[in-house]
Design a protein around this ligand. Sequence first.
Ligand code: IPM
Ligand code: MG
Length: 359
Amino acid sequence: MTKHIAVIRGDGIGPEIIEQAIRVLDRVAELYGHNFIYKDVDMGGCAIDKWGSPLPEDMLNKCIKSDSVLLGAVGGNKWNDLPADMRPEKGLLRLRAGMGVYSNNRPAKIWKQLSDASPLKKSIVDKGIDFIIVRELIGGIYFGEHKTENIDGKETAVDVLKYSEDEIARIGRIGFETARKRRKKLCSVEKSNVLDSSRLWKKVMHRLADEYPDIELTDMLVDNCAMQIVKDPSQFDVIVTENMFGDILSDEASMITGSIGMIPSSSLGDTSCGLYEPIHGSAPDIANQDIANPIGAILSAAMMLKYSFDMAIESDCIENAVSRFLDLNYRTADIMSDGMTLVGCKQCGDIILENLRKE
Ligand code: IPM
Ligand code: MG
């Protein structure tokens, strides 16, 4: 199969981790007779430096026209003082909205080899951590009006959180469908004791529940959810939540699995053209030192094969190679522990490549 992949290396550790993901994709193509054609796209701080915009229109179009997009990370201190509209993150938000990818899927699954890396007690980890956060990605407070003005001599800032019932229903359906393919438990997370948008969220989720009688729907307030994720993560199968709550909870969820460096994500809308990115940021403090963990990016490429290209076997082949890397006791700095062999970003890629076999 031939697939056109838009590649956004981005800023910070983005280029080095994406390099390893592409080596892995190339080997998969070789093993299974596929042809992956890459098109480089500038986004984030590097695009600001080169083109004066975090995501120029023609770059967005390249992404929309591709079969899928693989992204490293964007952002860095260098661009922190730019006005909101010119920040690297704005490129990412424009890309998500421009591609219409409203459903962000972030798995929190502990690798058995890394159970010691979790900051949680062994008795909690041993009950199992395997859930998915389905985060609404192109609505809510991220996309409402933002303004800062002077009222009565005081600087005053406003961010608007708005959701329509249709926006809630389309992500709600993804939550139910995701649960249907798993353990059939869906937890809808909101703040309905305070926010109108959350009350509407809850109402729509319950309306949808009638269409999914095989799924057990529960509701949880977001503050309680943050607590339950560390108290007993084994209770969760699928969590569905709005944009900002999903942003925060997914960082927390990733951390209990050992390292944010291991977690991939997929973002999809109504077509098979998806956006695949590790959930960690650009980590400028460790960029260009060959110490970043490329596994989040490599597993994002695996998700792309599975969810956008219908290549489940090829995707499993990448996951198995990552598992063998861990079995062989190799670790990048973020997941390093006693008795393991420390490797850098490129060497991590080398070892995963050596362990990539046709399933
Ligand atoms: C994420 C990131 C982004 C977000 C930032 C970089 C805009 O934190 O993907 O979780 O908040 O969505
Ligand atoms: Mg985040």
